[in-house]
Design a protein around this ligand. Structure first.
Ligand code: HPA
Length: 249
């Protein structure tokens, strides 16, 4: 039996429709506590998948309060070797326009105070300093780019993903600073998730959808209805992308 593919849903993918032959959703207790929501395990696009909702079943868990360690541990314990992380992000660079699918290649982490490593238990395994030069697994990233291109999504095939603490949105000056730092997109949940996946030995890549222009880039306050409409369209695109990429990896 091949390993299930882990999928972490976010604001841009609240549930994974089209999962068949589902097991009863399980809420496994890990050494780091319970994941954000039940693990939905079943068949999707001809493969075994394991899906977890990052913000919980009813989207109540704030980015800083997510138990990233339990989510990653639960997927690893379920036998996943690869994880696709879905994210809704704000666009900083001019080309990161609402609706665009983005496969980021780099991260700048501005989050703080999150349980960000598995290596903090002196009784646990020997300390390792993971290599994080490329935070996303290149082969999995390429599979996402290829699938999105085949669907004519014209994905952004590289982007620096700045991760802020949230849950508030950023100030215009904070986004200016992030732009000077080289960030193209901004989200709140990309870290420590990516680093924990690396520590757990999992392949990990992110498929993001831009849902708004970042603070100070909108010519006004982002209109909620617009964001919602973009999000709804984005979810459809993300599901299509998953259906297309899952059989190839
Ligand atoms: N900033 C941070 N996180 C986000 C944004 C944003 O503008 N949009 C979606 N997630």
């Amino acid at each position: 039996m091949t390993a299930p593919i882990g999928i972490i849903g976010g604001t841009a993918l609240a549930e994974l429709a089209g999962v068949t032959q589902q097991d009863e959703p399980a809420w496994p207790e890990t050494a780091y506590g319970a994941p954000s929501g039940p693990l939905v395990r079943g068949r999707f696009a001809g493969r075994e998948v394991c899906f977890v909702m990052r913000h919980g079943r009813d989207h109540r868990i704030s980015p800083h309060a997510i138990n990233y360690r339990a989510n990653i541990r639960a997927l690893a314990d379920a036998g996943c070797r690869q994880v696709i992380a879905i994210a809704a992000v704000g666009g900083i660079s001019e080309t990161m326009t609402p609706g665009r699918i983005v496969i980021p290649h780099q991260v700048v982490d501005y989050s703080w105070g999150r349980a960000h490593t598995f290596y903090d238990d002196p009784e646990g395994g020997e300390l390792d300093h993971i290599d994080f030069t490329d935070p996303y697994t290149p082969a999995l990233r390429q599979a996402l780019i290829d699938a999105a291109t085949a669907l004519d999504f014209e994905p952004a095939d590289a982007a620096v993903h700045g991760v802020t603490q949230g849950p508030r949105l950023e100030t215009a000056a904070e986004i200016d600073r992030m732009e000077r730092d080289g960030c193209d997109i901004v989200g709140m949940t990309g870290m420590p998730e990516a680093a924990l996946a690396r520590e757990a030995g999992l392949s990990y890549a992110c498929a993001a959808v831009v849902v708004n222009k970042a603070a100070g880039r909108t010519g006004g306050i982002a209109i909620h209805a617009e964001i919602k409409a973009t999000l709804t369209r984005g979810m459809i695109d993300i599901e299509r992308l998953l259906e297309s990429v899952v059989p190839t990896i």
